[in-house]
Design a binder for this molecule. Sequence first.
Ligand code: HEM
Length: 426
Amino acid sequence: MRNNTSVEPVNETVDIDHQHPDFIANRHGRYGELRARCPVVYNTAYGGFWLVTDYESVAAVARDNETFAHRFDPEADDGISYQGICGIPRPKGTPRMGVSEIDGPDHADLRRVLNPHMSPRRVEQLRPRMEEISTWFLDEVIEAGRADLVLDYATPVPAVLTLESMGMPAENWDYYAEFFHASASYERTDPKYIAAVGRWQDMWDELVGFARFRRRNPSDDITTTLVTCEVAGRPLTDSEVGGVMWNLVAGGLDTTTSLVSWGLHHLGTVPDVRGRLLADQTLVPGAVEEFLRFYSPSETLTRTATRDVELGGRRIARGDVVMISWVSANHDPEVFQQADEVVIDRSVNRHLAFGLGGHRCIGAQVARMEAEVMFRDVLNRIPDYVIDEDSFRPYPGNLLMTGVVSMPVVFTAGRRHGGTSPLGGL
Ligand code: HEM
C-alpha cells in the first residue's frame, strides 16, 4: 500500500471539470493519472475542493465522519459552511438528504429506525414481489422482439419496488424516475436538467404531502414508519420525513437502474461473460459485485472538513470541501488486480461502491437482490438480445452518478408469462 502518512511538500493543484463530458468519457484514465501522481489534490474548479482518488485515502475519509462531515448546513453557527454529500455543485434549493446529511447520534438513531426495512430477512420477503414486477415489465416488450432495456425495463422495475416500499402509488414511477435521472445526470446547461431542477419544489411538496397523508392513514410501509417513529426522543417533523423520503427515493431509483443498465450493456457487448452467466447462473451474485466495482453507479460524493487534517501528505483546512471518488478507489491497482477489467469471479472484492463506515448504503441488500433478479430474468427470457450501439447513450454529464440514458435492443420474441400489472396504485 502507499504510505499516506508522511507530509510531503506537494503543492500541486489541478483544474478539472469532473462533470465535463470529455472527462467523463475518459474518466478511468484521468483518475488513474491522478491516483498515481497526486491522489489527494486541490482542484480549483467549482470554487475549489479536494479531490481524493486512491482507495486508501477514500476509505480513510469515509470511515471518519467526525472529521469529514456529511452535514448539509451552509449557515451553521460554528462558522463552517457544511456542503453535504452532493456539494459540487448542488442544485439550488435541493433539500437536505435526510439520512445522508446528518451526523452523530441522530443519524445512528434514524438508521436504527430504517434498518428493519432493509434487513436481509425483509429483502428476501421482497424478492417474490420484485420477480413479479420484473416479469411484468419484460412481458410488456417480449412479444415485440425489441425494447429499450433502460427506459422500458431497468428504469421502471426498481422504481416501482421503491415506491411500493414507501407506500406510494407506483403508477407515478416515471414522474420520479425522470426527475432523479435528469437532476443527477445531465449537464447543467441541458434543458432536461434545468426543467428537472425547476420541478424540485413540486417533488418536495409531493413527498411531504404523502407523509401528511400517511399520518392520517397509517399503513405498513416505510413512510408510516417515518411518521410514527421517534428519533432522539421526539417524532420527526414533516420536513424531516420529506428529507428521508427524498433520500430513499433518490437512492432507490437511479442507482440500481445504473448498475443494471451498465451490467446489461456489458453482457451485450462481451459475449464470453454473457455465455458464462447463461451456462452457470450461480455466477450472477459475483457478477453483480463486479459490476458494482467496475461501474460504481454512485461515482463521487463530498464531505466538509470539521478540523485541519492531513491526508495523503496534504494539509486540508477546516471548512474545506472534500470530494471522494468511489469509482476511482474501485479501480485502484494497489487493491484490485486487473483493476480495469471486469472479472466476474473475483475471489475477494472489497469494493467501495456502497461506501464505507457509518453512512454505508442502507439499501445495499435491496440493490443486490434487485440486480440479481433483473440479470437472471433478462438472461432467461431474452438471452440473445443485441444492442443497437449507434443508439446507445450513456449519461452525458455527471453530478454524482454514472448511468445510461437509452439502450435499444432487438431479440428473439417470446411469450408473456402473465400476471397482473403492478401499476394499479394503492
Ligand atoms: C446499486 C445501487 C446502489 C448504490 C451503488 C448505492 C450507493 C450508495 C453509497 C455510495 C452510499 C454512501 C453515501 C455516503 O457515504 O455518503 C449510499 C448511501 C445510501 N443509500 Fe445507497 N446505493 C444503492 C442503492 C440504494 C437503494 C436501493 C436504496 C434504498 C432502498 C439506497 C438508499 C441509500 C440511503 C438512504 C443512503 C444514506 C445512508 C446514510 O447516510 O446513512 N441506496 N448509497
